[in-house]
Design a protein around this ligand. Sequence first.
Ligand SMILES: Cc1cc2nc3c(=O)[nH]c(=O)nc-3n(C[C@H](O)[C@H](O)[C@H](O)COP(=O)(O)OP(=O)(O)OC[C@H]3O[C@@H](n4cnc5c(N)ncnc54)[C@H](O)[C@@H]3O)c2cc1C
Length: 357
Amino acid sequence: MNNDVNATWPKLPVALKKIAIDPTSDDYELMCSNYFVTGRPKLILRATTERDVIASIQYVKKIRESVSHSIPFSFRSGGHGISMASVNDGGIILDISQLNSVTVTDAEQGLVQVQAGAVWGDVAEALRPFNLIISSGDFGDTGVGGLATGGGIGLLVRRLGLTIDHIVSARLVTADGEIRVTDHQKYPDLFWGIRGGNSQLGMVTAFTFKASKLVEEKSDISLPFTVQTIESQTSNLTKFIQQWQSWITHASSKMSSNLMLTAENRNTVHINASNFWAGSINSDAKALFKSALSLSEVNKHQLETKSYAELVKAPHIPHSGQQPVFVKNILLDAMNPNIGDIITSIFKASATMITNS
Ligand SMILES: Cc1cc2nc3c(=O)[nH]c(=O)nc-3n(C[C@H](O)[C@H](O)[C@H](O)COP(=O)(O)OP(=O)(O)OC[C@H]3O[C@@H](n4cnc5c(N)ncnc54)[C@H](O)[C@@H]3O)c2cc1C
């Protein structure tokens, strides 16, 4: 790399040279994107230790004190952030994907230390032998750092709540370059803030989670999920969404459901539904799966059994800004009978795909 990253910035400390990547480095093109966009940062710092994170934040602080304009500075863990804020143009990216260990510290209590650069598929795989689960997202390549500082809505959200509900403590490096260990007792405001505030308060390097032990009743096997996938269509989205909302609201919290809606033409919406039952099939599950088939005109459906780790397996796909789409999230805190009409109007205003869960 070029030693003189930017003539107006203070000299790069020796400790950071070994982790620094600039536009002249071989790895630059591999490291400058996230899932949605490709950035053109001046410098990427690929931390391999918590000390690297501290040194990086101290360096950025020094730059900001020495130049008059603002320098974009992004944190990147899994690079799947919908805000797309984990890359930038002209600034610095601090990447912690190498800080990715998962350690079960107390299997009985379900205590697990997870470095923030891990991805959720790998967390699920590491916890599988212990019959432990941390409810996270539904895609294995999403990162712990972004999701566990943002919220975390996954396949077990109806049963276990959000991912942030399971954080016991966190280690973070704040803007002054200090490491702080925070929990309900230590720096409680900071602890509150990082559970939803993403990067606003510092970079989390590791979390301790209390994982859940989900085993089949009276047996000691890791909980399988029964998954129903349905391909169907409807010409009356409002009615379908109302019926689906009523179906999932009245279902046991062992059931969760994701819908992917695609506008096929002006009158027809194509529906891909994935319904997840946290357990092997029983009479309750059978009844729910059967009633799910009556909600729309079904073309194809199937039932499979999979472990949680198989469901959220991480494919580890390198980033190249491969999904150049605009994503917008909204959270409804109550059933809304008009949501089908609202979605129809969004489709008419040119959206191509909408997911509900
Ligand atoms: C295909 C796909 C599927 C998804 N599925 C789900 C899902 O099922 N459930 C769900 O809840 N979300 C889901 N998401 C959203 C995703 O989990 C969040 O956007 C999350 O922020 C991604 O985390 P990341 O570490 O991969 O992202 P990054 O792009 O690395 O970071 C995202 C944001 O978090 C900040 N950040 C990253 N690491 C840290 C850290 N260590 N400390 C402090 N701040 C940090 C960054 O600054 C950035 O603002 C999905 C996203 C995609 C692209």
